[in-house]
Design a protein around this ligand. Structure first.
Ligand SMILES: *Cc1c(COP(=O)(O)O)cnc(C)c1O
Length: 398
């Protein structure tokens, strides 16, 4: 393990004292050979588990062909992946990039450009939500409704205002003749695993339509089957004009995407946006294999069933535990909200061989692979509940 203070890396992460060196399915091993059950999937990235066969084979095949060509040439894997994504979503067109923040940048840019170049109305303002998370670039950290990511990075770009999540009147109050789009997560992931209220989402979609405002869904954490549908908007009976993907899209290989309705094609033209690494042959080979495996393996359906099972099991095993306020979530994006900061509890769960992560200070977030074997899930949930029981007993004996 790396000793503190000796690293040549910028200290941008609070790292756990664990060095993971091998992964297969829902198991990970550290450099001392200790085995872990993975309930975090690299934060909703390895939705098919570690080193899934289909993605591995597609990568190896592409590695033997060509790794990188410029977007100044046609890239068949991009076309294939875009067709698969649009055939299985409400979108008609895709722009590929490499990360979530870049996908949201593309969403912000196309929303502004559609209003400014197609409708010629000069609109630019984006309404986002308190406690949201949209990324770490200057525009996306400004879009993020949490002050902690903005400290020391002034001045921030203009054109972002913040409404209360699940409060339609707070959105209505912010709309003016500059409003271009509303951007939301259907489940706030980093903000504490908070699903949007169905009535709120319906009202929001209607309001956007009435006012000529684009609805952007940030599906970077919720997409790719995570919530029990391929995309979380499907739970709500609405269709965003634009939505973004990254995390789970490449099965562990970095790739992001901004997807939109056909009418938005007019907003971009050759040269108006781009990325050197956007949709390379390798990245799109991995993402095609991952997306195809998620759809053909019916993993969204499995996530829905396992998610219901997990919430029920947690609710029954954690009933009466004074450290637990509630269990919430949708599909396999689940939060155990604690009555106090959860950092120590999470560290103890790690020591017991199960990997979980926080979402905000008080929430333990469970994000297992959609492929996790039931026995692994059961064993890991028992560990989580046992640690919470031990911590509650220790607290009451003081
Ligand atoms: C992780 C995440 C992002 C940022 O993705 P990066 O790949 O880290 O840039 C944006 N939005 C949501 C909802 C996320 O969960």
């Amino acid at each position: 393990m790396q000793e503190q203070g000796t690293s040549a890396l910028f200290p941008t992460y609070g790292r756990y004292p664990i060095t993971l060196v091998k992964g297969e399915g829902s198991r990970l091993w550290d450099d001392a050979g200790k085995e872990y059950i993975d309930l975090m999937s690299g934060i909703a990235v390895t939705n098919l588990g570690h080193a899934p066969q289909a993605v591995k084979e597609a990568l190896i095949e592409q590695l033997n062909q060509v790794w990188h060509v410029s977007n100044l040439f046609h890239i068949p894997n991009q076309e294939k992946l875009a067709s698969l994504l649009t055939a299985n979503s409400c979108a008609d067109a895709v722009f590929f990039c490499s990360t979530g923040a870049e996908a949201n940048e593309a969403a912000i840019k196309i929303a502004r450009r559609y209003h400014q170049k197609v409708l010629n109305n000069g609109r630019y303002e984006i309404i986002t939500f308190n406690m949201s998370f949209h990324g770490r670039t200057l525009a996306t950290l400004t879009a993020t409704g949490q002050d902690k990511v903005k400290e020391g990075f002034l001045p921030l770009p203009e054109g972002f205002v913040y409404a209360e999540y699940n409060d339609i009147e707070s959105v209505r109050a912010l709309i003016n003749d500059k409003t271009a789009a509303v951007m939301l997560e259907f489940v706030q992931g980093e903000g504490g695993v908070l699903p949007a209220d169905p009535t709120f989402v319906k009202q929001l979609a209607e309001l956007c339509k009435q006012e000529g405002i684009l609805l952007i869904g940030d599906e970077i954490q919720t997409g790719m089957g995570r919530t029990g549908k391929l995309f979380a908007y499907e739970h709500y009976g609405v269709e965003p004009d634009i939505f973004t993907l990254a995390k789970g899209l490449g099965g562990g290989f970095p790739i992001g995407a901004m997807l939109g309705k056909g009418f938005l094609k007019d907003a971009f033209s050759a040269g108006s946006h781009g990325s050197t690494f956007g949709g390379t042959p390798i990245a799109t080979a991995a993402a095609f294999a991952a997306t195809d495996a998620i759809i053909s393996g019916k993993y969204p359906e499995r996530a829905l069933e396992l998610g219901e099972y997990t919430v029920k099991k947690l609710e029954s095993k954690l009933a009466g535990n004074p450290l637990v306020a509630n269990v919430r979530g949708i599909g396999l994006l689940i939060g155990i909200a604690c009555t106090q900061p959860a950092g120590e509890i999470i560290s103890e769960i790690h020591k017991q061989g199960v990997l979980v992560i926080p979402a905000g200070p008080n929430v333990i977030r469970l994000v297992p692979a959609l492929t996790i074997p039931l026995e692994d899930l059961d064993r890991a949930l028992d560990v989580v509940c046992d640690v919470l029981a031990q911590k509650a007993a220790a607290a009451s004996s003081i």
